[in-house]
Design a protein around this ligand. Structure first.
Ligand code: WT7
Length: 645
């Protein structure tokens, strides 16, 4: 497979960028010619950001799995699509060729059909990082069912909320998942999530850990049994087939829940054709993928990074995608480097938090590991500090691999701002240049473009995007108005990212972090309101306020200020009680790193919590707290300052 739309020089980047802005329909229409369509589009793009309504490749028909699998079979049937590295390095590696992937995905499609799943149904997937997770995702896409993958670290309550919001009728899960030396009992979490649920008809359970499970008659079925049955049905005359559903370009492909500044996560909806094009185009260009390369994205498929750069981007490009079940620090902190050596990985794509965590072990775990196969290394999820960038560059890329710093979001589907490996310059801690088709703009509070540079030629502002790219979200599930108010209403006519950014005189962007009430903990997005709601669920709590603070490894840590009620004191309501509550309501990833018990919170006369002050205190600032004269009770600030943890 070759990629006629791969950008190979800086000049070509500039030319393509220009074309994409001047004639988006011509530009993306050309790129789209490289995909497999049942029927081509009537119109490349129709849009307005007011409703918002965004339609790419209107009228076109396709199935994304034919693009990710079937079209590669004539030339690449025996090439590895997925290489699976298990949690335990002693366990056998699994190599899934495109041929085998085709069979498995057809089987899943047949299995789902046998169990009553239809086009448009929502299927929740709650699994560990096993190849079956990829088969499940693609099996849904093959029949046009909408997958909603939920990360294995979310609690039963979080799953229950997501099942309800999506009105899901089916679940695919595992008995358990391995994570380092732990076993996570996934099916048991699902059982808890299903108490009181009225929409789920079937739960399909894949056996991974042999963790004891309770299988409920009529509802719970084994993946293995169902797949065996399906295998006979899809094989005819020595051939394997399961016809892919014909989907509209704009049919939803999946829902992925993500946090915002309100208490309730929203279901970001991605379309079929636009998302496919965007993940493929950015995969091929940012990483400069060459056929035969081994691409190792360390994310979990429970997050957007895994959707786009383990499954859809690489597979639609006929690439070999390495899927890793474990964690970077088990059995030891050399795990990533062992994998790179063992599989001769060419591209490693990970997160700043992982880099910083591995940095803390020093360079011993890297000694003697052959990393010479690496050509490109990448980062995503949060701003990368310069120290981590240089450590990555020197110790992993050995100063010969370009680092791509890829900025994007769940809502953007795939990268929006990033250098292209070896093609456009890498600048430490700068995401750098926009992809073709992406038109960033920095605005002030009132939505006016900031054009005044400081003495270093830098412009500052809130990062917005002026026009749609193919992979932009289309709606938030079941609540289009929420999509409008969240992203398109703050600055009318623009998509607002929620991030602040700097721009230099050459047009490079540096992302400075969220400007809303969203935290980025180890590259995972968590809303402060969501954590506060969870803490407030505890009967001993009156009120709480949550802010972020700088954390050496996680990037940001969670700092909670908690007021307990009259019947409690610090002995009867402990930090563990609060942590347990947050784990039950959201999941262990949202547990506060620091909890301070307080008797009051700094509020304005109108009752609004002044987070600015709390944020400063959490950051360790005790002198310059800014203006506190509008506070209802300024004395509370002294108490909070003195009680810092
Ligand atoms: C937020 C999106 C993109 C997939 C993983 C996270 C932050 C992401 C970068 C980067 C600086 C970054 C932003 C963004 N972010 N990548 N390269 N440099 N910040 O997806 O959970 O939707 O979070 O992550 O703040 O808004 P997400």
């Amino acid at each position: 497979m070759s990629y006629p739309y791969q950008i190979t020089s800086f000049e070509q980047y500039q030319a393509d960028y220009q074309k994409s802005v001047e004639d988006p329909e011509g530009f993306w229409g050309n790129v789209a010619e490289n995909f497999e369509w049942r029927k081509k589009w009537d119109k490349v793009l129709e849009w307005n950001f007011t409703e918002p309504r965004i339609e790419w490749f209107k009228g076109a028909k396709l199935n994304i799995t034919e693009n990710c699998i079937d079209r590669h079979l004539s030339t690449m049937a025996d090439k590895p699509a997925i290489i699976w590295e298990p949690n335990n390095p002693e366990e056998r590696v699994r190599v899934v060729t495109y041929q085998r992937l085709h069979k498995r995905v057809c089987q899943v499609a047949q299995m789902l059909t046998n169990n009553g799943v239809k086009k448009g149904d929502r299927v929740c997937i709650y699994m560990g990082m096993v190849p079956e997770l990829a088969y499940a995702v693609l099996g849904c896409a093959r029949i046009g069912a909408i997958h909603s993958v939920v990360f294995g670290g979310f609690s039963a309550q979080s799953i229950a909320d997501r099942l309800y919001d999506a009105q899901a009728a089916f679940i695919i899960t595992c008995d358990g998942a391995y994570r380092g030396d732990k076993v996570i009992p996934l099916k048991s979490v699902i059982d808890d999530a299903l108490i009181g649920n009225r929409t789920i008809k079937k739960v399909i359970v894949y056996t991974r850990t042999r963790t004891p499970v309770s299988m409920i008659k009529g509802r719970d079925i084994w993946w293995e049994d169902e797949m065996e049955h399906a295998e006979h049905q899809i094989e005819k005359d020595g051939k394997v087939s399961f016809p892919a559903a014909e989907m509209d370009a704009e049919d939803p492909l999946f829902i992925l829940y993500t946090s915002g500044s309100t208490g309730k996560p929203k279901g970001v909806v991605h379309s079929t054709a636009g998302y496919m094009l965007w993940t493929n185009y950015t995969f091929v260009n940012v990483f400069q993928y060459k056929p035969g390369d081994i691409h190792f994205c360390t994310a979990d498929i429970g997050w957007i990074t895994g959707h786009s750069y383990i499954v859809y981007g690489p597979l639609s490009a006929g690439a070999t995608s390495l899927m890793f079940e474990g964690i970077p620090t088990w059995p030891d902190a050399g795990r990533f480097w062992d994998i790179v050596e063992k599989h001769k990985v060419n591209c490693l794509y990970t997160a700043p938090t992982a880099i910083r965590s591995l940095m803390s072990f020093g360079t011993n775990p890297i000694q003697g590991k052959d990393l010479s196969s690496l050509k490109v290394i990448g980062t995503v999820g949060e701003p990368i500090n310069e120290e981590a960038w240089h450590w990555y560059d020197e110790n992993i890329g050995k100063k010969r691999c370009p680092i791509v710093d890829t900025w994007w979001q769940t809502e953007t589907g795939a990268c929006l701002i990033s250098n292209l490996a070896g093609v456009t310059p890498a600048i430490p801690s700068w995401a750098s240049l926009p992809m073709p088709g992406v038109q960033p703009i920095l605005v002030d509070e009132n939505g006016n473009e900031n054009t005044t540079a400081d003495e270093h030629g830098i412009i500052k502002g809130n990062l917005c995007i002026k026009a749609p790219w193919p992979g932009i979200l289309r709606t938030t599930y079941g609540d289009h108005e929420r999509c409008r108010t969240n992203y398109f209403d703050t600055y009318p006519g623009l998509y607002f990212t929620g991030d602040g950014a700097l721009k230099d005189a050459k047009g490079n962007y540096r992302i400075t972090g969220r400007v809303d009430d969203v935290l980025n903990i180890s590259g995972h997005r968590i809303g402060t309101a969501e954590v506060e709601n969870a803490i407030n669920m505890h009967s001993g709590v009156v009120e709480s306020a949550v802010v972020g603070y700088p954390h050496d490894i996680k990037g940001q840590g969670i700092y909670a200020f908690v007021i307990y009620n009259g019947h409690h004191n610090e002995e009867s309501l402990t930090r563990q009680d609060i942590n347990l509550t947050v784990s039950k309501i959201i999941g262990p990833i949202a547990k506060p790193d620091k909890i301070q018990f307080v008797t009051g919170l700094p509020k304005t006369r109108s009752g609004k919590i002044m987070r600015r002050i709390l944020r400063k205190i959490a950051e360790g600032e005790t002198v310059n707290l800014g203006d506190t004269t509008t506070l209802l009770d300024p004395a509370v600030v002294e108490e909070i300052k003195n009680g810092r943890v």
